[in-house]
Design a protein around this ligand. Structure first.
Ligand code: F6P
Length: 349
């Protein structure tokens, strides 16, 4: 079996075991484009590298678009070869730069961008980003018939259709490292530490960090906590003989870490500190799980375009590739693991 056969048979095997996106019989693309959009995520560079290298392997040229849809609207593009993506697999951020584009939200902006793609002879676009970016890709396909494939790149892990998103594993490690350090000082001063982590409207990062960091409590947007419960958590901890506590709060929890810290202090009078980890969670060298995921998904996106798929996101689920219609990635929601939430509660006894 040649390398090419191996690649296509793996893709066919995967496609046969999971729901497939729309597939057409259009000829193999000769040139495709790739961009990163929305908040950056560690592993985006590994995905860009995978797209360029996989496309080259299959005889397809790649155009890199700078600054996401903003750059597409402005025609800020250049050809990328395999050597252009050397030495980036280990780097955080995105070498293509990223932006949250306002012009792309207008049909006129999208028409300009589509014109640039057509002028460059681009037959398909790979968008690495989150659900906002996938909206932009979906409209481009709907309005201008340009095949698009989404690659899930966001630290939030909030996209339906994939077990994990690129950047999530690294963000959890970064937040966990901070929590471990905060625990040292919390224990020494016998203080309550409230730590707010990112995740937008989802609590995936918060839950994993809470379990891995041995937190006393976790506050998720997906779970309701009556006001009196917040202080009760701390009193219970004290009654159990704990001199210090770590409370993890997802930024999407109503009022965020600020509300929890204020409630704890007001209701218990205990010495409480708030740490908002913020954008530090988006930086840093990607951990191996993010690099591997990005490499797999970048390659899968190229294969999907070659196979004539469009308007879908490539992802991973049940040990194989998944292909989810783009609109489902934002219309359906991915819940946090209720089982893990129960586990977090059990282990904070
Ligand atoms: O979506 C990634 C994310 O980091 C969220 O966790 C956070 O809510 C948001 O982006 C922050 O966006 P910005 O970088 O525009 O402040």
């Amino acid at each position: 079996m040649t390398q090419t056969d191996a690649h296509s048979s793996e893709a066919q095997l995967d496609a046969a075991t999971v729901p497939s996106g729309s597939t057409s019989t259009t000829p193999k693309p000769r040139r495709i484009a790739v961009l990163t959009s929305g908040g950056d995520a560690p592993g985006m560079n590994a995905a860009i590298r995978a797209v360029v290298r996989a496309a080259t392997f299959h005889g397809v040229e790649v155009v890199g678009v700078r600054r996401g849809f903003q750059g597409l609207h402005q025609g800020d593009m250049r050809l990328l070869g395999p050597r252009d993506v050397a030495n980036i697999i280990q780097r955080g951020g995105t070498v293509l730069l990223t932006a949250r584009s306002h012009t792309w939200r207008t049909p006129e902006g999208r028409t300009l961008g589509a014109g640039h793609l057509k002028a460059w002879g681009v037959d398909g676009l790979i968008v690495i980003g989150g659900d906002g970016s996938f909206h932009g890709a979906h409209y481009l396909q709907q309005e201008h018939g340009i095949p698009v494939i989404g690659v899930p790149g966001t630290i939030d892990n909030d996209l339906y259709g994939t077990d994990h998103t690129i950047g999530y594993f690294t963000a959890v490690e970064t937040a966990l490292d901070a929590v471990d350090k905060l625990r040292d000082t919390a224990a020494s001063h016998e203080r309550i530490f409230v730590v707010e982590v990112m995740g937008r409207h989802a609590g995936h990062i918060a839950l994993d960090v809470a379990v891995a960091g041995g937190a006393e409590e976790v506050f998720l947007p997906e779970e309701e906590h009556p006001a009196e419960h917040i202080a009760q958590v701390v009193r219970d901890s004290a009654a159990k003989g704990k001199a210090s506590s770590i409370l993890i709060v997802a930024e999407g929890y109503p009022g965020g870490g600020e509300a929890v810290a204020r409630a704890v202090e007001a209701q218990t009078g205990l010495d409480t500190r708030l740490t908002i980890l913020g954008h530090i969670q988006r930086g840093g060298s990607p951990v191996s799980s993010d690099r591997v995921l990005a490499s797999r998904l970048g390659e899968a996106a190229v294969l999907a375009l070659i196979e004539g798929k469009s308007d879908i996101m490539v992802g991973r689920g049940n040990g194989g590739m998944t292909f989810t219609p783009l609109h489902e990635t934002w219309e359906k929601s991915k819940d946090v693991s209720r089982d893990l939430y129960r586990c977090a509660k059990t282990l904070s006894v």
